[in-house]
Design a protein around this ligand. Structure first.
Ligand code: NAD
Ligand code: MG
Length: 409
C-alpha cells in the first residue's frame, strides 16, 4: 500500500558478498525498504561506505578497536552525515537482530558464528532471510522449532533452497518449515561441480587457495567458494534442505549441472518435475525473500536460454568429492555429527586458505573428526549453549588433526 512506511532491514554480515548484494537490491526500492542496522566483523572501510550510502541508523562491530576504526573511516566517507550509533560485541549483534526497530533480518554471516544472531531474529518473530546455511547445519532442530514457536517468517536465500521454495505450492506454513506436501517425491539440488569438476584427480592435492576460489559461475566469499570446490557446500545444503523442508535424506539428491541455470528442482508424485531457472546472481533469491509474496526488480537480467544453448546434467562423483559423502553420513548419524562436520570443515578451510593445509586434506580432517564425534543429547531439542559447546569441542579436535597434516611443498 502506498501509505505504508518502508520495511526496516538489518543485515548481519553486511560487508560480505550476500550483504553487499542485499544492499544493492534494497537501494533499488527506497519506497519499500530501508536499512536499519548493518553488522561487520572486519573491513570497517566497506562498512562505513555502506552505512553512509544506505543511511543505516546503527552499525554493529566486534570490539572497541573496530569501533574506533569505523569512526575514523566515517570521518572521510560520511559526507557530513551524522555518524550511526555504534554497538559493540556479539551480544549487541544478537540484540540488534531482535531489535523492535527492525522488520526484516538478513542472516548473512559466514559459518557457525552466524547462529546466535540468526536465532535471535527467529526468536523475535522477524522475517528472517536465511543465507547462513551453517546455522541450520549446527542447530537445525532448535532453529526450526524457534522459528515456528515465535512465528518467524523464514525465507531461504541459498539459491537451491530458494528455488525449491519457489517450486512448492505457496502456503503460509511452508514459511515456518511445516514440511512439504506428501506428494513431493524428491528434492533435487543442482550443483555446478565447482572449478575442479574436470581437473585430474591426482593434481587436486596441489591446488592453491586462489584456484579453489575461482568459481566458474558464482562470485562469493572465500569460505563458500572453497566449499563449492570440495562440494562440501552441497553437503551442507543437503542438511539445510532436510531441516528447512522436513524431507529425509533418502529423498534429497544432488545433480551436477555445470551451467548453473537450473537452481534446483522438486519432483512430484505424478511425474512432474518443477524447476526454477535464472542467472547465477544472488540478487534474485534476495529480492524474492525481501518482496515475498510479491516479486520485485532485482537488477538481474533475464536468462537467455538460446544463448546458453544447452543444459547438462550428470551424477556427482563421490571419489572426486568425498566431502559430499561425508555430509550424507553426518546427516544419517545425527546432530552431533553435523556439528562435527561443520566445525571440522570451517577449521580445515581456514587452514587451507592460510596455506597451512592441502586441499585434499580438508575432507581427510573432517573424516578424522567425524570418527571422534561425541553425541549431543538428542532427547528433546538441545539448547544453543549445548550446541555451541559441542561446536567448540569439535573445533579444538579439528585444530589438532589439521596441525598433524602440515602443508609441505
Ligand atoms: P563473506 O565472507 O563474503 O561475508 C561474511 C560476512 O560475515 C562479512 O560481513 C563478515 O564481516 C561477517 N563475519 C565473518 N565472521 C564473522 C564473525 N565471527 N562474527 C560476525 N560476523 C562475521 O560470505 P558470503 O559469501 O556473503 O556468505 C555468507 C553466508 O551466506 C554463508 O553462510 C554462505 O554459505 C551463504 N551463502 C552465500 C552465497 C554467496 O553467493 N556468497 C550463496 C549462498 C549462501
Ligand atoms: Mg547454494
Amino acid at each position: 500500500e502506498a501509505d505504508q512506511r518502508p520495511r526496516r532491514v538489518t543485515i548481519l554480515g553486511a560487508t560480505g558478498s550476500i550483504g553487499q548484494s542485499t544492499l544493492d537490491v534494497i537501494a533499488r526500492h527506497p519506497d519499500r525498504f530501508c536499512a536499519y542496522a548493518l553488522t561487520a566483523f572486519s573491513r570497517m572501510d566497506v562498512l562505513a561506505t555502506s552505512a553512509a550510502a544506505s543511511n543505516a541508523a546503527v552499525v554493529v562491530v566486534p570490539d572497541d578497536d573496530a569501533s574506533a576504526r569505523f569512526a575514523q573511516q566515517w570521518a572521510s566517507v560520511g559526507a557530513g552525515k551524522p555518524i550511526p550509533e555504534i554497538r559493540v560485541g556479539a551480544q549487541a549483534l544478537a540484540d540488534t537482530a531482535a531489535d523492535a526497530e527492525t522488520d526484516v533480518v538478513m542472516a548473512a554471516i559466514v559459518g557457525a558464528a552466524g547462529l546466535p544472531g540468526a536465532l535471535a531474529a527467529a526468536a523475535a518473530g522477524k522475517r528472517v532471510l536465511l543465507a547462513n546455511k551453517e546455522a541450520l547445519v549446527v542447530a537445525g532442530g532448535l532453529f526450526m522449532e524457534t522459528a515456528r514457536r515465535y512465528g518467524a517468517e523464514l525465507l531461504p536465500i541459498d539459491s537451491e533452497h530458494n528455488a525449491i521454495f519457489q517450486c512448492l505450492p505457496q502456503r503460509s506454513d511452508a514459511l515456518a518449515g511445516e514440511g512439504v506436501p506428501a506428494t513431493v517425491r524428491r528434492l533435487i539440488l543442482t550443483a555446478s561441480g565447482g572449478p575442479f569438476r574436470e581437473r585430474a584427480i591426482d593434481t587436486l592435492r596441489d591446488v592453491t587457495p586462489d584456484e579453489a576460489c575461482a568459481h566458474p559461475n558464482w562470485s562469493m566469499g572465500r569460505k563458500i567458494s572453497v566449499d563449492s570446490a570440495t562440494m562440501l557446500n552441497k553437503g551442507l545444503e543437503v542438511i539445510e534442505a532436510h531441516w528447512l523442508f522436513g524431507v529425509p535424506a533418502d529423498r534429497i539428491s544432488v545433480l551436477i549441472h555445470p551451467q548453473s541455470a537450473v537452481h534446483s528442482m522438486v519432483e512430484y508424485e505424478d511425474g512432474s518435475t518443477l524447476a526454477q531457472l535464472g542467472q547465477p546472481d544472488m540478487r534474485t533469491p534476495i529480492a524474492y525473500g525481501l518482496g515475498f509474496p510479491e516479486r520485485i526488480e532485482s537488477g538481474v537480467g533475464l536468462l537467455d536460454l538460446a544463448k546458453l544453448g544447452r543444459l547438462d546434467f550428470q551424477e556427482p562423483d563421490l571419489t572426486r568429492f568425498p566431502g559430499l559423502r561425508l555430509a550424507f553420513d553426518a546427516l544419517a548419524a545425527g546432530q552431533g555429527a553435523c556439528i562435527a562436520l561443520n566445525a571440522a570443515n570451517e577449521v580445515a578451510v581456514d587452514a587451507f586458505l592460510q596455506g597451512k593445509l592441502r586441499f585434499t586434506d580438508i575432507p581427510a580432517v573432517i573424516e578424522e573428526v567425524l570418527a571422534q564425534v561425541d553425541a549431543v543429547d538428542t532427547a528433546g531439542t538441545p539448547t544453543l549453549d549445548a550446541l555451541l559447546a559441542a561446536d567448540a569441542r569439535m573445533r579444538a579436535l579439528a585444530e589438532q588433526f589439521a596441525a598433524r597434516r602440515p602443508r609441505t611443498p
